[in-house]
Design a protein around this ligand. Structure first.
Ligand SMILES: Nc1nc2c(ncn2[C@@H]2O[C@H](COP(=O)(O)OP(=O)(O)O)[C@@H](O)[C@H]2O)c(=O)[nH]1
Ligand SMILES: [Mg+2]
Length: 436
């Protein structure tokens, strides 16, 4: 018989804290509770009880704790599971962990090991485990909402739906193959319908692939400010991020290197980049490097705020350019060029409108909570699935059509972890903390 260790770990934050929650998962979790309470029966399931915790080795009292007992397999890990809510001091936690380590069959958990067991026991699939990892690192409201939806199985349901359609198509091709010698079935017209359905499914998955990747949520939207010297780029950046991130002075060429400033607004992360300016020419070698960096920054920008009075520069691949008329409060700049948003970093004129423009340009760049948001691994597998379905959609030979559908199905199964799980588990769970 394959014996799985029972694991334990502090699942709450670093001590000292008000409370420390220690989780125990595995076949010996019940024994551990009995040993630590010195009793011969377990608490009622799913009901918090207050118990004195003792060291099973010498009976020494360790703490008074709230205990929760969950009988497997309908638990978070799919195993017997206990939670000990003790006082969150370092010495208390260390003492309780020491007592648990002394119980036979128990050992300290590795990072992510609770979630790993949930996955192995089928309580969650790979997309949910990945989303749990994202939830732990979510920094913005949008990231949190998407991670929560996916950890609850939103993506899993979408993938399962596609997988189910492929299984259905496969079984119908197999039926054609099984009855190939019979005269009374119209093989060609059945296969035509199947090929059309392959094309339709490929189209649906390809559409989902056009949604922004989930990674965009952590990276944030990159907004680059560019324009001639003294246009007011650094001042505007400071105003937008509401702190003194960049140095402002009346001396042209003050900003020599790029300055990145992150800010969150309405649950979305942005990184504003201040530059030496695109249109600048200089004899100063340090400033020249800054200008070159500005060019590079513009090339990786999601959105460019252009503060020059001339037409915005052409940057390959950059379509989101917002032309700004800065320093609008100055008498000499009372007239703005047609189509420019008037902005004064000093009086605040136009700042809210500028934000509204930035937010509307950003809308298509980050996943929406109601979209199937996928990470790079999931997207690569979906792309492989689309390509197999595209092959199936033009395949004349039913045997090869069946084979293409099998390949499509294999890619989908790898997304949820039904195939080759072990290969990617280690890299996934190394991101988790111990106790999760
Ligand atoms: N009146 C006024 N002056 C501004 C405004 N924004 C910037 N300035 C001034 O313009 C000068 C250059 O600003 P700065 O942000 O350093 O320009 P940059 O070279 O484009 O980064 C500084 O003296 C700022 O105080 C504004 O909205 N109104
Ligand atoms: Mg500047």
């Amino acid at each position: 018989m394959h014996v799985v260790d029972t694991i334990f770990a502090l699942s709450s934050g670093l001590p000292p804290a008000g409370i420390g929650v220690i989780r125990v998962s595995g076949a010996a979790a019940g024994d551990a509770l009995l040993a630590l309470t010195g009793r011969d029966s377990l608490p009622t399931q799913r009901k918090a009880v207050l118990r004195r915790i003792v060291d099973p080795r010498d009976g020494a009292v360790l703490d008074d704790a709230l205990l929760l007992w969950f009988q497997g397999p309908a638990t978070a890990t799919g195993e017997d599971l206990a939670e000990i809510h003790c006082h969150g001091g370092r010495a208390v936690i260390r003492a309780v962990e020491g007592a648990l380590a002394a119980v036979s069959g128990l050992r300290a958990a590795e990072p992510g090991e609770f979630t790993r067991r949930a996955l192995i026991n089928g309580r969650i699939d790979l997309t949910q485990a990945e989303a749990l990892g994202d939830l732990l690192t979510a920094e913005t409201e949008t990231a949190r909402r998407i991670a929560l939806a996916n950890s609850g199985g939103a993506l899993r349901r979408q993938i399962d739906d596609w997988g189910g359609t492929i299984v259905d198509l496969s079984s119908r091709v197999e039926a054609v193959l099984d009855h190939a010698d019979e005269d009374d079935i119209d093989e060609d017209s059945i296969l035509d319908v199947l090929r059309q359905q392959c094309r339709a499914l490929a189209g649906a998955i390809a559409r989902a692939l056009r949604n922004p990747p989930v990674e965009r949520l952590n990276e944030g939207i990159n907004v680059v400010l560019a324009g001639p010297p003294n246009a007011g780029k650094s001042t505007l950046l400071n105003r937008l991020v509401e702190r003194e991130a960049a140095i402002v002075s009346p001396i042209a060429g003050t900003t020599r290197d790029r300055v990145d400033a992150a800010v969150r607004r309405h649950g979305v992360g942005y990184v504003f980049t201040d530059t030496a300016g695109l249109a600048e020419r200089t004899d100063d070698p340090v400033e020249a490097i800054g200008i070159e960096r500005a060019r590079v920054a513009a090339q990786t920008a999601d959105i460019l705020l252009w503060l020059g009075d001339d037409a915005p520069p052409h940057v390959d691949g950059l379509t989101r350019i917002i032309p700004v008329h800065p320093r609008s409060d100055e008498a000499a700049r009372a007239d703005a060029v047609e189509g420019r948003i008037r902005v004064s970093a000093h009086t605040g004129e136009g700042i809210e409108d500028l934000w509204a423009l930035i937010e509307s340009e950003s809308r298509d760049l980050i996943p929406r909570p109601d979209q199937a948001a996928m990470n790079q691994r999931q997207r690569d597998l979906c792309a492989a699935c689309v390509s197999a379905l595209d092959d199936a959609a033009v395949e004349r030979d039913p045997i090869l059509l069946a084979e293409s559908l099998r390949a499509a199905r294999a890619s989908i199964d790898r997304i949820t972890g039904r195939a080759d799980v072990e290969a990617m588990l280690d890299s996934l769970f190394s991101r988790f903390c111990i106790g999760k």
